[in-house]
Write a protein that binds this ligand. Structure first.
Ligand code: ADE
Length: 224
């Protein structure tokens, strides 16, 4: 649900997301609350009661838009997410869990915020992608669409598996090890010898150690 569906459509019509949609692994539909506004000028926002700056997204277009979406009844298969800087902080674990859902409705805000009765009445799960404020929820929504989809079976090709992504279970929540490709030497910088050895056990051990070393140096908080 977004006032700027073109932002979502532009991203989803490129690269791996495009392929995921074409292959029928995911479906992305956009719904514009403006289309549901009962105001004669299709207004979706208004000034805040009590005064103050900015505009607040009004209840009516959001409630009617939400209710127009055909949703799966079974609660465990469905999630309704509001993108908001006040939500729970997003991470890979949440992405993996959301990848199990059959259907997710995302609500993107814009302007100063939502009329609080949208939260009270529709009870969304609020998610934030970090401690900073975006102009709208669309970028955050795309972050979720992308990171959730990667964890859906058959979305990525075999060679692109998300199993060994940073933070993933395959790496036990650590940062990913460094990668190298051809040539073996570039501007006097060499590819570590072990990666050329063909010894899979040693390569695996090397990568595990590099993963650990990198996590210790950059994100010691993850080791706890
Ligand atoms: N909307 C505005 N800022 C946001 C954030 N940090 N995360 C999610 N949605 C947002």
């Amino acid at each position: 649900m977004t006032l700027f569906p073109e932002i979502i459509e532009a991203y989803c019509s490129q690269s791996i997301t495009k392929r995921g949609i074409e292959n029928g692994i995911i479906t992305v539909n956009t719904y514009n609350p403006r289309d549901f506004s009962k105001d004669k000028h299709k207004k979706v926002d208004d000034t805040p009661y009590g005064g103050g700056e900015g505009m607040v997204l009004a209840c009516q277009p959001i409630f009617d838009c939400y209710n127009s979406i055909e949703k799966i009844d079974k609660k465990e298969d469905f999630e309704f997410i509001m993108l908001s800087p006040q939500g729970e902080k997003y991470n890979q674990e949440i992405a993996c869990k959301l990848a199990q859902k059959k259907q997710i409705v995302f609500l993107c805000g814009h302007y100063e915020g939502f009329d609080e009765r949208i939260r009270i009445g529709l009870k969304p799960r609020e998610i934030s992608i970090g401690d900073y404020v975006l102009t709208g929820g669309e970028l955050a929504c795309l972050v979720l669409i992308d990171s959730i989809s990667r964890n859906i079976k058959n979305y990525l090709g075999h060679d692109e598996s998300a199993h060994n992504d940073s933070f993933s279970e395959g790496l036990k929540g650590l940062l990913e090890y460094p990668h190298y490709t051809k040539p073996r030497e570039y501007m006097n910088m060499l590819v570590p010898e072990v990666l050329l050895s063909g010894n899979h056990k040693e390569i695996e051990e090397f990568r595990k150690q590099e993963s650990l070393k990198r996590t210790k140096a950059r994100r010691p908080d993850l080791l706890n």
